[in-house]
Design a protein around this ligand. Sequence first.
Ligand SMILES: [Zn+2]
Ligand SMILES: [Zn+2]
Length: 256
Amino acid sequence: MRFKSLGSGSSGNATLVQSTGSDACNVLIDCGFGLRQLLQRLEKSGVLPDQLDAIFITHEHGDHTGCVQALSNQYSIPVWMGAGTAAAMGYNNASGLLRTAADGDVIALNGLQLCPFTVPHDAREPLQLTCTDGAAKLGVLTDLGHATAHVLGQLQGCHALMLECNHDTDLLAASLYPPFLKQRVGGHYGHLANSQAADIAGALLHSSLKHVVAAHLSRQNNMPELVKSSLAQALSCNANDIIIASQDNGCPWLTA
Ligand SMILES: [Zn+2]
Ligand SMILES: [Zn+2]
């Protein structure tokens, strides 16, 4: 199984997960770009839109939903999301391609299994997920204000992690954001600070954890060097072993 961020940050998020066996399966997690932009990013990654077997939408914020409706309709791709997410975004299911996902489900696709779980974030029914091809396990964890025991339980044993490192607490405090926005981002239902992400990474460290990709970095309130040093410290690894998923280019294909 391999995966690739197509871009990550508050201007748009999308991640490809691909099983590499004989029954190759491609899943797009989140779709937070305009259609033309997303198609360009897919093309660069070597996956055609009609090769997508499924789309999974984590929550209704625009940096995750983007062109999902158009992409699904145009290429007849089934879309999974929480019922609350579909309601909150007013999803039009005239195509009949909408599928409901919920915490605890196991979504069995041809070659990949998706296991969504609830996270604390200021959306109607936010779900993050793990993906497995039966051998490797990838955990995707962005857009949450804090880690819960449930979140940490779901992510045990991951071979690869995409982990939100949204902001540095000091940079957020000193930023020009209005007070309500600082409170939202740094609050219990907002986004993870580097120090919180480092605690999560440390709690999930085990000898078979191969890749940690830092995602959803704030352009204003974070710096890649700060992310790398705080995760590297928690994981007792070299700062250069930490991969950053950027807004413009995401990250290279990585094998879980
Ligand atoms: Zn987001
Ligand atoms: Zn969000």
